[in-house]
Design a protein around this ligand. Structure first.
Ligand code: HEM
Length: 361
């Protein structure tokens, strides 16, 4: 397979990852502005157009006025205010459609041009399946807030964010694979760094999922002090729910405390790995990736404290969510930089990765 094909595929996936990041941020802004339940139906195709006249707006508004969120939180809301929340949710779904097209159309073109290596096809098909699953999961999440509750279920929100991070991470990994092919051989000298990088990726991911429960429960609007919570290190009502496991996912003080603790452990791990790397023979890519992880870890932790202490202003909430994705990106690139030995020459690695097709075959 020609190297230019890998670069084209890699560039496409890198751009697509950036589009996914924008989708995650719009999703965060949708949640933070309380807009997520403003569109009470899911019409993947016919819903592409927003209401175009007064009558259409009135019927959308009427559907929203029928759900508990309007009755209990937004009773008396003006049409203008409804349009503002509607447009956030509409923007999220619209960009989700654009992201879907930006995957399906190029993928089809690459396939038609026989530019996709056989070893890569299953991964790209799996990404497509995950994307469709994520869209359905998004609606499944919205459905949880249309009757009985005034917001979506924190479990489903966490699942939606987690799926977004899995799709994003897989895309970053495959794009890096295509843009910087490696020899697929594990360097025994880097085994310890692989374990450390893997731990950083794992801890960052666990912190992000724990954060989604904070977001889903609006737990950031309580205990707006740091490091203490209600004057104590561990909040008094940490274990008030039973059975005990419910505290981890449903009890506001426990959910926030857990996110704080896991985030602190993640930052400590990043600092230890960074200090351990001082003066050690690490591949060049690993060195800058680790610096990025260290810098992003500090920034993200600071953003988290600011978001909490200022009771989750929309902009800080979105920055904190975006910061989590950038930290995860840097951690993934760190892991990749110590995962496989860098190629002696790019041609050699390409032939190892995918059987080359003789010209004209
Ligand atoms: C590949 C497609 C999609 C991706 C990657 C994606 C990703 C996200 C992310 C990361 C969030 C923020 C969650 C958080 O802040 O904890 C979010 C929020 C949201 N998404 Fe999506 N989404 C997608 C498609 C959809 C679809 C199709 C719908 C609706 C049918 C949808 C509805 C929502 C809603 C309502 C919110 C705000 C939740 C709330 O009320 O708090 N998403 N999305």
């Amino acid at each position: 397979m020609r190297q230019p094909a890998n670069r084209a595929l890699g560039a496409w996936l890198a751009i697509w990852a950036a589009m996914l990041l924008v989708l995650i941020l719009i999703g965060g802004a949708t949640r933070l502005t309380g807009s997520g339940l403003s569109i009470t139906e899911w019409k993947p195709v016919s819903g592409v157009l927003p209401p175009l006249d007064a009558g259409a707006w009135e019927s959308e508004f009427a559907r929203y006025r029928a759900i508990p969120q309007y009755e209990q939180l937004n009773a008396g809301m003006s049409l203008g205010a409804f349009k503002r929340i509607y447009l956030w949710e509409y923007a999220h779904r619209f960009w989700a459609r654009v992201v879907g097209l930006a995957y399906v159309v190029p993928f089809a073109v690459f396939l038609l041009k026989r530019m996709v290596p056989a070893t890569l096809k299953p991964r790209l098909v799996l990404l497509l399946v995950l994307l469709i699953f994520q869209a359905a999961l998004g609606w499944f999440m919205v459905m949880s807030g249309l009757s009985a509750r005034v917001s979506v279920s924190q479990y489903r929100l966490a699942a939606h964010l987690s799926a977004a991070l899995v799709i994003y991470s897989a895309t970053v990994w495959i794009a890096a694979d295509l843009l910087r092919p490696t020899t697929r051989m594990l360097d025994p000298a880097l085994a310890r760094w692989r374990r450390r990088a893997l731990a950083v990726v794992a801890m960052t991911s666990i912190t992000a999922v724990a954060g989604a429960f904070v977001a889903g429960l609006r737990a950031g609007h309580a205990y707006n002090t740091f490091p203490l919570m209600g004057g104590r290190l561990v909040p008094a009502s940490y274990g008030r729910l039973s059975p005990w496991w419910r505290n981890i996912f449903e009890n506001i003080p426990a959910v926030q405390f857990n996110h704080r603790v896991i985030a602190t452990l993640t930052l400590l791990l990043i600092i230890i790995v960074w200090v351990r790397a001082r003066g050690r023979p690490l591949p060049g890519q690993a060195r800058w990736a680790l610096t990025a992880v260290f810098a992003m870890g500090m920034v993200q932790f600071g953003l988290g404290i600011a978001t909490l202490v200022l009771a989750v202003p929309v902009v800080l909430g979105v920055l904190h969510q975006g910061g989590a994705v950038l930290l995860l990106t840097a951690a993934l690139l760190l892991l990749r930089s110590v995962w496989h030995v860098a190629p002696v020459t790019s041609d050699l690695s390409i032939t190892r990765l995918w059987p080359t097709r003789p010209p004209g075959a």
